[in-house]
Design a protein around this ligand. Structure first.
Ligand SMILES: C[C@H](O)[C@H](O)[C@H]1CNC2=NC(N)=NC(=O)C2=N1
Length: 103
């Protein structure tokens, strides 16, 4: 459990980003902005992401726009650094995005 909140090294982050197209690191947060054809599908995805976050007990900041949803996450308990938990959440979000029409 302790290892789970160790910050990842720059090299580990780079390697794991290679498997998450569309995601990047900005201001020490793992982030992606999704685009939709309209607003309600974007809003619906917010709720789905919230459900995943409750399941994982790990929570991103979600910013809902008109037809965009930006998600950004780091690990507070690791001093606001990026950890394995952030990548696990990102992968779970990716897995549901296409089903919401996100691109
Ligand atoms: C008590 C609870 O497990 C913690 O507050 C969790 C909840 N969600 C979290 N989310 C994120 N992004 N980082 C955390 O360190 C974190 N900690």
């Amino acid at each position: 459990m302790d290892g789970q909140v160790d910050p990842l090294t720059d090299k580990e982050i780079e390697d794991r980003l290679a498997e998450l197209p569309g995601w990047s690191v900005a201001e020490d947060r793992l982030t992606r902005t999704y685009r939709f054809d309209s607003h309600l599908p974007a809003a619906a995805m917010v709720v789905h992401v919230a459900q995943i976050q409750e399941e994982l007990d790990h929570h991103s900041e979600q910013t809902l726009g008109y037809n965009t949803l930006a998600v950004a996450v780091n690990t507070h308990s690791a001093g606001g650094r990026i950890t394995d938990r952030d990548f696990v959440l990102a992968q779970r979000i990716e897995a549901v995005a296409a089903g919401h029409g996100a691109r």
